[in-house]
Design a protein around this ligand. Structure first.
Ligand SMILES: *Cc1c(COP(=O)(O)O)cnc(C)c1O
Length: 708
């Protein structure tokens, strides 16, 4: 027994299990209720299960053999002699890429993410691990995590701090080469803020997280990193200093000599100044030389074309915090401030970390082809004299980590038709073209299994919410398992227009309650805790759904997170994405849906602008943009209704064969998988970064390095 427990503990110590369903199910099979109560975290399941229960279940569900098998797989994974990374990025083995991000979404039990940016970062680490690309993640450990969403009786979002015990996660102190735990400190307006440096293993990748819960900090500074995106502008700039400066110092203290720094959003831009400061103070470089060297080793990725998505710090707040860095750099404070101003001479204007990052990084990119275009236009004024097309911001389109988001049943289907080893060649179109030979019945039936599971989950969740709010149960249960089921889940902000379909309630009523061709709609999503506009949108939608015309057909699911998301992506027939073009930089939820055989219904924005081919999903509108937003909204609503009524619904219900399989719909599912899956996965994304950005930056960097 003790030996078994030790082995199981070993399995929980690497977050590799987050993308290994066969490992997760070992813990699920021990005690289903406990598993969900423990946020599907194997480590806390193991802590909470009684020895008697473990002993009994171990025999009942063959735990020892499954654990041995999983441990062997983990060992093989960690010690694989050949990987894509070794052959393509071997040069970076001794000097990895440092990937900085304010949030990392790896699993729901580690709530240090809020949404798309964090989940993308988690997927990036996982694919880098699978490919064997030498990379280290750097972020902050928010010891109170992020909030979870609970609606009150008035459908107003309450932001609940979820108790989350760091001891239930495989976080360990990161140690230097003498085996000593590493500790960093960062000066912030006259005081020092300290942080312990912890690490967690994500497959082959180390994720370094700074933790402010140290005794040297006064309680105010312990709270600095309590919560992701909590607090005011001062807390925000201090969190960013901690990430950028503290994160860079942590790497140094650990002896990690990164060849490339990949900064995601402006949040970690202060890393640039810290790296240059070090070269000036320790190696006697001039500030100009140092800044140039730092630039050549940096890749900066901007993730949003929404203006409000870029921090703008008041000049005095920024000056107060930048003084020590400016002194270390031996540059006048005003000059350093100018690096973060659109116009350096515009004293008193706000300081933008994004501007700092763009000015001081040799390589910059957006996250889809269209977002590249939009970013070049958006930041053209930073490059006076350059035409828009010449602005040095390229693009790498995002992708999603297939093993994280794929349903087990779909994985089996792919293994049997694309080849058991298909996951090692995800980025090859030839791998996916074999989907055409799968029988329509097989792919359709697989989808029905997933759909039944999703609908069951939604009904349970919805019933729980209603019981808590004292609302009457819906009888019969909402959602028709036979009906076309469309999902919409994303952050509730005006530009994503979660209420677009609710602009014409009578037409919506006719759509969802059609006697022969009904439609289910599932909505989910959260607003930022400080965003009352977003919360108002949730309230508006949730209230409309109480209308007796909609209660049976449209459901709002609370607390959209990785867990809820995964279940939605896997089971719905189609996914709706209707933002104001071109404000969705990329969008990745639709990609997760496509991998699971769902169809994407979207405005031609983000990744859809470069991937819709007329036959692999559905496009809302033509992509033209009207200057008047209300006219545009009206047009898009009209287009969306027409598309659903005339194309999506008929395709789903017509042309069924004797077994009830909708032939044309399934044909489109296959087209979607065949044309999209090879491109919009995170392996392809990481490979693009390696080949087009990391390697050139690493090489440019090493040329300018003084001889060792
Ligand atoms: C994938 C994902 C996102 C990002 O999806 P978008 O399409 O960019 O909105 C956000 N939240 C969760 C939980 C996700 O899984």
């Amino acid at each position: 027994m003790e030996k078994l427990i030790l082995k199981m503990q070993k399995l929980t110590q690497n977050l590799w299990w987050t993308w290994k369903p066969e490992v997760r199910t070992i813990f699920r099979d021990l005690d289903l209720d406990l598993y969900h109560k423990a946020h599907r975290n194997p480590m806390s399941v193991l802590k909470q299960i009684t020895p008697e229960q473990l002993e009994k279940r171990a025999a009942d569900v063959d735990v020892p053999a499954r654990v041995d098998r999983a441990l062997r797989q983990l060992q093989e994974y960690l010690t694989a002699p050949t990987t894509w990374g070794l052959t393509h990025a071997g040069a970076m083995r001794s000097r990895p890429i440092a990937y900085f991000c304010m949030e990392f979404g790896i699993h729901e039990s580690l709530p240090i993410y809020s949404g798309g940016l964090g989940i993308l970062a988690g997927d990036h680490l996982k694919s880098a691990s699978d490919l064997g690309v030498p990379l280290v993640g750097v972020g902050l450990l928010y010891h109170e995590g992020y909030t979870s969403q609970v609606l009150n009786a008035d459908f107003w979002q309450q932001d609940v701090v979820e108790p989350f015990d760091i001891a239930d996660l495989p976080l360990v102190p990161a140690v230097d080469r003498f085996g000593e735990p590493v500790h960093v400190s960062v000066e912030m307006s006259g005081r020092l803020v300290h942080a312990a440096v912890l690490e967690v293993k994500v497959g082959r990748i180390r994720l370094i997280l700074l933790d402010t819960r140290v005794k040297q900090n006064d309680p105010k500074d312990v709270a600095l990193a309590a919560r992701l995106y909590g607090g005011d502008q001062r807390m925000r700039i201090e969190q960013e200093l901690l990430l950028g400066v503290g994160g860079t110092r942590a790497l140094r203290a650990l002896g990690i000599n990164a060849s490339v720094f990949h900064l995601n959003e402006g949040h970690s831009a202060f890393s640039l100044l810290e790296r240059a400061r070090y070269r000036v103070q320790m190696d006697g470089m001039t500030p100009q030389q140092a800044l140039q060297e730092v630039a050549s080793a940096t890749v900066f990725t901007t993730h949003t074309p929404v203006d409000a998505g870029h921090d703008r710090f008041p000049a005095d707040l920024a000056a107060e915090h930048l003084l020590p860095l400016a002194e270390g750099l031996r540059l006048p404070l005003d000059e350093v401030m100018g690096l973060g101003r659109v116009n350096p001479h515009d004293h008193g204007s706000p300081f933008l970390p994004t501007v700092l990052a763009l000015k001081l990084s040799r390589r910059a990119n957006g996250v889809s082809a269209l977002h590249g275009v939009v970013s070049r236009k958006m930041w053209n004024h930073l490059y006076p004299g350059l035409r828009e097309e010449a602005v040095p911001i390229g693009h790498v389109t995002n992708g999603v980590h297939l093993p994280t988001w794929l349903a087990t049943e779909m994985n089996h289907l792919y293994e049997s038709h694309l080849g058991v080893d298909y996951q090692s060649s995800l980025t090859r179109p030839a791998t996916w073209s074999r989907i055409t030979s799968v029988s329509s019945a097989e792919i359709w039936e697989t989808k029905q299994v997933l759909k039944a599971r999703t609908i069951r989950f939604i009904r349970e969740r919805s019933a729980q919410t209603r019981a808590r709010l004292g609302l009457p149960e819906i009888e019969p249960a909402p959602l028709d398992p036979e009906a076309l089921t469309i999902g919409f889940a994303r952050r509730f902000v005006p530009y994503k227009r979660p209420d677009l379909l609710f602009s014409d309630l009578d037409r919506l009523d006719r759509l969802v309650n059609h006697p022969e061709r009904p439609v289910n709609l599932i909505f989910s999503g959260r607003a930022h805790p400080a965003d009352n506009t977003g919360k108002g949108l949730i309230q508006k939608v949730a209230k409309i759904l109480e209308d007796p015309r909609f209660r049976h057909r449209i459901v709002f699911v609370e607390n959209y997170n990785i867990h809820v998301g995964r279940i939605l992506y896997q089971g719905i027939d189609a996914w709706l994405n209707n933002p104001q073009r071109p404000l969705e930089a990329c969008g990745t939820s639709g990609m997760k849906v496509v991998l699971n055989g769902g169809l994407h219904i979207s405005v031609r924005d983000g990744w859809w602008a470069e991937s819709y081919d007329g036959d692999n999903g559905f496009a809302i509108g033509t992509g033209e943009i009207h200057a008047d937003q209300s006219v545009q909204d009206h047009r898009d609503a009209e287009d969306l209704f027409r598309l659903l009524e005339d194309e999506v619904v008929p395709l789903y219900y017509e042309n069924r064969n004797a077994a009830g399989v909708p032939r044309c719909w399934v044909e489109r599912m296959k087209n979607s998988i065949r044309t999209l899956a090879w491109r919009f996965n995170a392996d392809r994304m990481v490979q693009d970064y390696v080949e087009h950005l990391y390697l050139p930056a690493a090489i440019g960097n090493s040329c300018q390095m003084p001889p060792a």
